[in-house]
Design a protein around this ligand. Structure first.
Ligand code: SF4
Ligand code: SF4
Length: 392
């Protein structure tokens, strides 16, 4: 965090609110017409679903994640966190499924005599309130905003959905073993892009309190509307300590020179090693919060009276994705692995002035064969060191 930003955050007023106040706050958002979206237990994992109250959140649950492994477990009843709402970290879904949905109708057309009537506004803009956005995912939203609204080209759907959304971020007070946002300068504290940012703290008796930071006038109004008062210095210090401890607890990382390392090694034999393990299944790109590959599909009704243009998520791991005249450019899994990793960590910087990876760890957890982007980068770095030593 830059010093100026750090100072601004330190000076901004912090509020204390309890669980009942937070419940009231999201009720107010719902009354204002926001559709509440938050983490929820489903099929043994945490997904981002429409919710109606705090009771829908993963109360008293935490997650265990590792390469190719995800488990939910209940927090022990004698643990002060047993009634906590936000002790699970990120699940397989990210907020991009709401901001840039997996399948969208871009326009529809209906035959009208000899011509066509076009409905270019085929899907209305929903007004979401996102509850519990982690800092890695706030960073991912900002990364995607550079892609979908870059000054030259704008995706009107993404920008409208993001513009209408109210965002309640959550600073992480625990990390999964797969998290490495600290090394990507993307967490675990939320910095910007939120209306309210919460730090969840469990008092020894089990009562849950939140330190709330304000990111917008609307956020401040809502906190005052539910009676949140100024947070005491002790509570603020406890929240900051918990978030700092989360950063220190992360065991995985990506080195700062990863972009240059990959640029220097486009033909390195380690790419073949990764490809020998990779199934080319595209899971890593489907769960990634920053991926944006998509494709178009035109469909017509059987009677020829209606037509529509659909857009759906695609992946650089699809063979067809690099198809240009005569065949795909990236024919083998090795070239597709290299495209994915070098784009995320290297050429994204040139294209968008930022990394394409926020350290959320999803691609590590949800890779069926346990390919770990942090280990692969470490392997390139190790080979390089060995080669340099051998040359010396
Ligand atoms: S590349 Fe992996 S760790 Fe990085 S943002 Fe995407 S899913 Fe998360
Ligand atoms: S790295 Fe893993 S998740 Fe990604 S395509 Fe290969 S096997 Fe699938």
């Amino acid at each position: 965090m830059s010093e100026a930003l750090s100072d601004a955050k330190a000076k901004s007023p912090k509020y204390a609110l309890n669980r009942a106040m937070l419940g009231e706050l999201i009720e107010l958002l719902s009354k204002e017409g926001h559709q509440l979206i938050g983490p929820q237990r489903e099929d043994g994992t945490i997904v981002l679903n429409p919710i109606t109250s705090l009771e829908d959140l993963p109360v008293g649950l935490e997650d265990e994640q590792d390469s190719g492994r995800y488990r939910l477990k209940s927090i022990a009843p004698d643990d002060a966190r047993a009634d906590s709402l936000f002790q699970t970290t990120v699940g397989p879904q990210s907020w991009r499924r709401y901001l840039f949905p997996p399948r969208q109708t871009l326009w529809k057309a209906r035959r009208n005599g000899a011509g066509w009537e076009i409905d270019a506004d085929a899907e209305a803009t929903p007004k979401y309130a996102f509850i519990g956005v982690r800092s890695c995912d706030l960073t991912a939203i900002a990364v995607q905003a550079r892609v979908y609204d870059n000054g030259d080209y704008t995706d009107p759907g993404f920008t409208a959905r993001l513009g209408a959304a109210f965002i309640i971020a959550v600073n992480c007070t625990r990390a999964a073993d797969t998290c490495f946002c600290a090394s990507m300068d993307a967490g675990p504290a939320a910095r910007e892009g939120y209306d309210i940012a919460l730090t969840e703290l469990a008092a020894p008796g089990g009562e849950v309190w939140f330190v709330a930071e304000v990111g917008s006038r609307r956020g401040a109004d809502l906190l005052e509307a539910v009676g949140a008062g100024p947070a005491g210095a002790e509570l603020v210090a406890a929240g900051e300590a918990a978030v700092a401890a989360t950063a220190r607890a992360m065991t995985r990382s990506i080195p700062a020179d990863a972009a240059a390392l990959l640029q220097r090694n486009p033909e390195h034999p380690h790419w073949a090693d990764i490809a020998a393990r990779c199934l080319g299944c595209a899971n890593c790109t489907m769960v990634c919060p920053t991926c944006f590959c998509s494709t178009m599909e035109d469909v017509t009704s059987l009677d020829g009276q209606e037509a529509a243009r659909l857009r759906h998520w695609d992946s650089c791991f699809s063979l067809d994705y690099s198809y240009i005249h005569g065949g795909p450019v990236r024919r083998d899994v090795k070239s597709r692995c290299r495209q994915w990793m070098t784009h995320k960590l290297s050429s994204w910087h040139e294209q968008f002035g930022t990394s394409g990876c926020t350290g959320c760890g999803r691609c590590i957890t949800w890779c069926p064969v346990g390919i770990d982007i942090t280990e692969e980068i470490a392997a390139f770095a190790k080979y390089q060191t060995t080669e340099i030593r051998e040359e010396a």
